[in-house]
Design a protein around this ligand. Structure first.
Ligand SMILES: Cc1cc2nc3c(=O)[nH]c(=O)nc-3n(C[C@H](O)[C@H](O)[C@H](O)COP(=O)(O)OP(=O)(O)OC[C@H]3O[C@@H](n4cnc5c(N)ncnc54)[C@H](O)[C@@H]3O)c2cc1C
Ligand SMILES: NC(=O)c1ccc[n+]([C@@H]2O[C@H](COP(=O)([O-])OP(=O)(O)OC[C@H]3O[C@@H](n4cnc5c(N)ncnc54)[C@H](O)[C@@H]3O)[C@@H](O)[C@H]2O)c1
Length: 469
């Protein structure tokens, strides 16, 4: 009899854990996936990606209604229940949950509802919901335990007035005003979504611009659009104290002396790796200085039979990247061939308006060479943008100084997170800027923006290398 219960044990059922388990099962291995939550799917399904994007759909509807002259002043009243704004969430979650469970069952992955901790490098102790204990062993263990919101000491989260990204959607009513602490991805998405719903939103961050990893033109467009909806962006402000006044307001004090009051506050100040209950030291593991599990390029930890994937290993902390890391961790253990991992991972921010980016920003590219060429297409120049009234956006292509090699592509505006993939594929295949000029696009489409931005670059090329355009 084997000394092991399974070939593979995966801790965590988020995007990283799921894809890791399915890949192992497809390779004919016996697999157990352990999830402490009653629901399967991790933060992505229950607290993050899917719930926030469901709310966003309704916020967009409200925003689009306001574009009709007769409804320009339309607003939701203060007693609007949050459930009406995420009315489709139950349906979306149920169908996603069913799809995931069917996939797990179809592939004979054993699902264990328990909290796992290491006993040694091959063994895990499971605490089941009824308090019972079980120990299971496997030669290969994958840690995919994800992350949870970081709550700074000076922000007393009570999940009623002062909320984090896990509890924000549990508010009963749409608030009249909301302070959003942070200028990162979660902050920008929720701030613009709530502002589009008519909530008076103030965003506060210690940095001068939100989403500092994105191209400055993109974030400037985001801030302009946010402020045009009535929102307030307060950059370069360090929050010193947050408290509920006990009556009706959350008070946010900044080191500059500025005081902001609002009905609710959302703290979106980053996320921390979920490792607290794992007893990593029993397996011979520890976390790095950022509290993350360090892995090598094969996603292997310092203990050679233990791999890790997803938010628990840090950046880019995306559902999209976590899935791919989970799959690759398993492939690496099994010696299955995978294409080289591409670092061209797109960023997609589901704010209003959407933002998306792949490769270098204009600022990053200029640091390497001041003479790069940049082509811009405004959605207002694209027939589809004019027809749909979606004229707020722009697409930018950053090319090398010859105007041929594509260094980066970024887009702001509705459809940005989809549009980016056309450029991503061109970059992955090493195509030159000309590909967007020499091929036919459907008309009218927003994708035509690629052609316009590429033509903009072609017109700036050194004379002898220009195409006839
Ligand atoms: C508000 C919000 C919006 C987001 N939007 C997007 C988006 O639009 N696009 C995108 O790509 N990404 C988005 N993300 C990021 C995305 O959700 C994460 O990158 C992704 O969920 C990480 O996947 P994971 O598998 O590493 O971990 P998780 O999804 O966090 O799953 C980890 C699972 O492990 C379980 N677990 C932890 N410890 C144990 C233990 N000891 N025993 C058993 N089980 C355990 C947890 O209960 C959890 O279910 C968003 C995140 C948030 C918070
Ligand atoms: N669409 C997406 O892909 C998506 C959506 C949501 C979340 N996510 C992922 O979730 C992760 C967490 O997102 P996040 O927005 O919480 O983190 P983040 O690290 O992106 O942003 C945190 C922000 O909070 C600010 N901050 C922290 N403490 C502060 C203080 N005391 N005063 C003022 N500002 C302060 C920081 O300066 C930073 O800008 C990200 O890594 C992201 O990849 C992705």
């Amino acid at each position: 009899m084997s000394e092991y219960d399974y070939d593979f044990i995966v801790i965590g059922s988020g995007p990283a854990g799921q894809k890791s388990a399915i890949q192992a099962a497809k390779a004919g291995k016996s697999v157990a996936i352990i999830e402490q939550d009653s629901m399967f799917g991790g933060a992505c399904v229950h607290k993050g990606t899917i719930p926030s994007k469901t709310l966003r759909e309704n916020a967009l509807r409200v925003k689009n209604m306001r574009q009709t002259a007769a409804l320009a002043k339309f607003s939701l009243d203060e007693n609007t229940e949050m459930v009406t704004l995420i009315d489709r969430l139950d349906e979306v979650l149920k169908s996603h949950h069913t799809y995931m469970l069917e996939q797990i069952t179809r592939n004979h992955v054993v699902r264990l509802h328990a909290r796992a901790r290491f006993v040694d490098r091959y063994s895990l102790a499971l605490t089941h919901v009824d308090g019972s204990l079980q120990t299971i062993r496997a030669p290969h263990i994958i840690i995919a335990t994800g992350s949870y919101p970081r709550n700074p000491d000076n922000v007393p989260i009570d999940h009623e007035h002062i909320l984090d990204s896990d509890s924000i959607l549990s508010m009963l009513y749409l608030p009249s005003s909301l302070t959003v602490l942070g200028g990162g991805v979660i902050a920008s998405e929720y701030a613009s979504i709530f502002q589009a719903l008519g909530v008076q939103v103030t965003m506060i961050d210690r940095y001068p611009n939100p989403l500092g990893f994105l191209d400055k033109d993109m974030t400037d467009t985001f801030v302009r659009a946010f402020e045009a909806m009535g929102g307030t962006w307060l950059g370069s402000e360090q929050v010193s104290k947050v408290y509920w006044d006990g009556i009706s307001q959350v008070v946010t004090e900044c080191e500059s002396g500025r005081v902001v009051t609002s009905q609710k506050l959302l703290c979106a100040a980053g996320r921390l790796a979920n490792v607290d209950h794992l007893d990593l030291e029993n397996a011979g593991l520890s976390v790095n200085e950022r509290g993350l599990i360090s892995v090598n390029e094969r996603l292997q930890t310092a203990v050679d039979n233990i791999y890790a994937a997803g938010d628990v290993i840090g950046s880019p902390s995306l559902a999209s990247a976590s899935m791919e890391q989970g799959r690759r961790a398993t492939c690496n253990i099994l010696g299955l061939e995978t294409a080289q991992f591409s670092h061209l991972i797109p960023a997609g921010i589901y704010s209003i308006p959407e933002l998306s980016s792949v490769g270098l920003t204009e600022q990053q590219a200029r640091q390497q060479d001041a003479d790069i060429l940049v082509g811009i297409a405004h959605f207002s120049e694209v027939a589809r943008g004019q027809i749909s009234g979606n004229t707020e956006g722009m697409l930018k292509i950053v090319a090398d100084r010859s105007g041929r090699e594509i260094l980066g592509i970024m887009c702001v505006g509705e459809g940005a997170t989809e549009l980016i993939h056309t450029g991503q594929m061109a970059m992955l295949k090493g195509a030159e800027v000309d590909i967007f000029v020499e091929n036919t696009f459907n008309f009218p489409t927003l994708a035509e923006a690629y052609r316009i931005a590429a033509l903009d670059i072609l017109s700036q090329r050194p004379r002898d290398t220009r195409l006839s355009v």
